[in-house]
Design a binder for this molecule. Structure first.
Ligand SMILES: *Cc1c(COP(=O)(O)O)cnc(C)c1O
Length: 358
């Protein structure tokens, strides 16, 4: 390809590296915070559900029935409005498009969810990442100074945070909501595993938005996220949404799956209890520093070996986890494992111990 053509691609896009999704074929997949359990007990009626979906027609553009179901299941306050995205990633993108401008910035915390930074770059906005303190809590002095200096259009707060797994202090978040000049988005992707939520506070703060997704609770393949907040604000953000962003099959299957929220709740409870077991076992392994988690994954640091090498050797034993690939900073030598089924976690622990020579 000649430069003559490529020069038309925006320079900041050419500088980006694409979001990498590694090939997991044949491996125990503990890299992407997926729920390991299937919905077997309730998929029996899906042939009828799918047959009833009219795929020759465009979907309901505002997915009214699905939103009603989500409002009920996710306990969205009556006064709030909702909109849906093709995954919460798309909601982050719509929020950014709705506020973007040359002098506008998005602020979040580091280490944090990489899509905030990437999407800010996609839409040509500045991104400010405020470093967390050494226990991965918000450094309030740094946060206050950055908010004052950069006047962010949106502050994204992942609650619990990814990739660290912890919940930030509630009072700190509340102070940030109060001093923020613009929108504050609480990204509650891991809510089923932490169960803390700012959803009830939507009534109190007009600048607050709460974002949820069905991905981590067991429906990642559907691509469905929800944003809840003040109706006037949601109405504006909804203007940049492409009309039919939630397809017919997703709308039908999600409604059917959410009818059985009890099953998804049971699975989340199993994952929470497996997380505690895995945390305890990981903490007993010498040469590993484990960070507390309220999510469905655990961040840990390799102390006496190269993390890259440990990651590769674990993969060679058939288990795929996530390499944070940090050569410096607070994620230095860190790996992240998703909580799987008991036998998957066991396979991971055995692989790790073998690599470390225990
Ligand atoms: C996984 C994740 C998302 C993205 O969820 P999708 O709905 O699958 O797009 C958003 N925020 C955080 C913090 C995540 O970890």
């Amino acid at each position: 390809m000649t430069e003559k053509i490529l020069k038309w691609i925006r320079p900041e896009i050419r500088q980006l590296s694409a979001y990498q999704v590694p090939d997991a074929s044949g491996l125990t997949k503990l890299d992407a915070m997926e729920n390991p359990y299937t919905l077997e007990p309730l998929t029996g009626n899906w042939p009828e559900v799918l047959a009833a979906a009219q795929i020759n027609r465009y979907p309901d553009p505002s997915a009214t029935e699905l939103r009603r179901k989500l409002v009920q299941v996710m306990q969205v306050p009556e006064a709030a409005a909702t909109m849906l995205g093709n995954g919460s990633d798309e909601l982050i993108q719509m929020l950014a498009m709705a506020v973007s401008g040359k002098d506008r910035c998005i602020l979040s915390f580091e280490p944090g969810f990489v899509m905030y930074r990437m999407i800010a770059e996609f839409v040509g906005m500045k991104y400010v990442g405020v470093p967390l303190d050494d226990v991965f809590q918000i450094d309030m002095q740094a946060a206050r100074a950055a908010i004052e200096k950069y006047q962010p259009a949106i502050i994204f707060i992942a609650y619990p945070n990814n990739p660290t797994g912890n919940l930030f202090d509630e009072a700190d978040i509340e102070e940030i909501i109060k001093i923020a000049p613009g929108l504050v988005v609480l990204d509650e992707a891991y809510h089923p595993f932490a169960q803390n939520s700012f959803m009830p506070k939507l009534k109190q703060y007009e600048q607050l938005l709460v974002m949820r997704t069905v991905s981590k609770m067991g429906l990642a393949g559907l691509r469905l996220g929800m944003l809840a907040g003040n109706p006037a604000l949601i109405r504006e953000v909804d203007k940049v949404r492409l009309p039919y962003n939630i397809n017919v099959l997703t709308q039908h299957v999600a409604i059917s799956a959410l009818e059985h929220i009890d099953l998804l709740d049971e699975q989340a409870a199993m994952i929470r209890s497996e997380r505690e077991a895995l945390l305890a076992k990981l903490s007993n392994i010498q040469g590993v520093e484990v960070f507390p988690s309220q999510a469905n994954f655990i961040l840990f640091r390799i102390l006496e070996r190269e993390a890259d090498e440990v990651f590769e050797l674990i993969r060679k034993q058939g288990v795929l986890i996530k390499n944070m690939k940090a050569t410096e900073g607070s994620l230095k030598q860190c790996l992240r494992v998703t909580v799987g089924k008991p036998e998957e976690n066991k396979r991971f622990l055995q692989a790790l111990k073998k690599v470390l020579g225990h």
